[in-house]
Write a protein that binds this ligand. Structure first.
Ligand code: DON
Length: 304
């Protein structure tokens, strides 16, 4: 039987002293305050066991990891109608790339790049009565943790420098693919990205995708088929123009955020979250990717 405790702790202690840790995101000024030396790993096994190392219980800005959570709620509301407004193809481009959006008439390549996530945010602004409060409640419910919060400073900080997302939202609006006001949708989007969660909380939230749509409380939030689709999109699009590399190195569906978090999962087996704020050139956590590569290589647990 695999000794997950030893494996995770060894990976953590080997990587925590790496000299090259990547660069903390600074285009959202509030995120630049993060200490590059944070490093946490949390594993939630489906048999109920949990394993952790380092800063697994320190909250961080989940940023783009939130795009999977909003996607799951939009899919629950709209099912296949969603795919008339956003595609499911990898973009092969950075998360904030815009020229494809114009070439493809305002239909974002997938729901995990910024433009696609803004369309998903628009859907939630239409479907929810109180979008920010209702979405936060959804995240608290699937994670079984009522203490999860938005970091309002991070949301405000991104709004001040969010020119690229304003460009994306305006382009979507010009193509008729944004139904609510640009300001309303981006206010929601900046808040979803500013959710603050620990590695442990993110692993609990993503249990729903590893467990055929049922959360830790055994409540069905998306169907089995919807969970399959969400995992497929994470595998093909979760790391932008590094999605192929993540599949090659790690071999699991997953999602990264510029706060330095990564969550990955093996359906019916486990969810694993890492957090190390230093990013590589593609905007993904440098040490987090290495930790996950070592984990799936040492355990032989991947989808391939
Ligand atoms: O919209 C943005 O640029 C950020 N709120 C989120 C980007 C992000 O996390 C990309 N992930 N690696």
């Amino acid at each position: 039987m695999l000794d997950f405790n030893t494996i995770i702790n060894n990976i953590h202690s080997n990587l925590k002293n790496e000299v090259v840790k990547g660069v903390v995101a600074s285009y959202i000024p509030e995120l630049s305050k993060q200490d590059v030396n944070h490093f946490g790993i949390f594993m939630q096994h489906m048999d109920g066991r949990t394993f952790m190392a380092g800063d697994a219980n320190v909250p961080f800005s989940i940023q783009s990891i939130s795009k999977v959570l909003t996607l799951s709620k939009a899919i629950a509301f709209e099912d296949n109608n969603l795919w008339t407004r956003v595609d499911v193809e990898p973009s092969g481009n950075p998360f904030n790339h815009l020229s494809l959006l114009e070439l493809e008439n305002g239909i974002p390549r997938n729901p995990l790049i910024n433009a696609g996530a803004i369309v998903v945010a628009d859907i939630l602004c239409t479907q929810f009565k109180n979008p920010k409060a209702d979405f936060l409640q959804y995240v608290r419910d699937i994670s079984n943790d009522q203490s999860i919060k938005y970091n309002y400073k991070v949301a405000a900080s991104e709004k001040l420098t969010g020119y690229n997302n304003y460009a994306a939202a305006n382009l979507l609006k010009s193509f008729g693919n944004l139904h609510n006001d640009v300001e309303v949708v981006l206010d929601f989007y900046f808040h979803q990205c500013a959710l603050e969660m620990t590695c442990a909380q993110v692993a609990k939230a993503f249990y729903v995708f590893a467990n055929s749509g049922k959360c830790v409380n055994n409540k069905q939030h998306v169907t089995v088929s919807q969970a399959k689709r969400i995992n497929a999109i994470m595998l093909t699009c979760g790391f932008y123009d590094e999605s192929g590399e993540f599949a090659f190195e790690v071999g699991l569906p997953g999602k990264s955020g510029v706060g330095g978090g990564i969550v990955a999962l093996l359906p019916n087996k486990f969810v694993i979250t890492t957090w190390s704020p230093g990013l590589n050139a593609k905007g993904n956590s440098l040490i987090g990717m290495q930790a996950l590569e070592q984990f799936t290589t040492q355990t032989n647990l991947s989808i391939f």
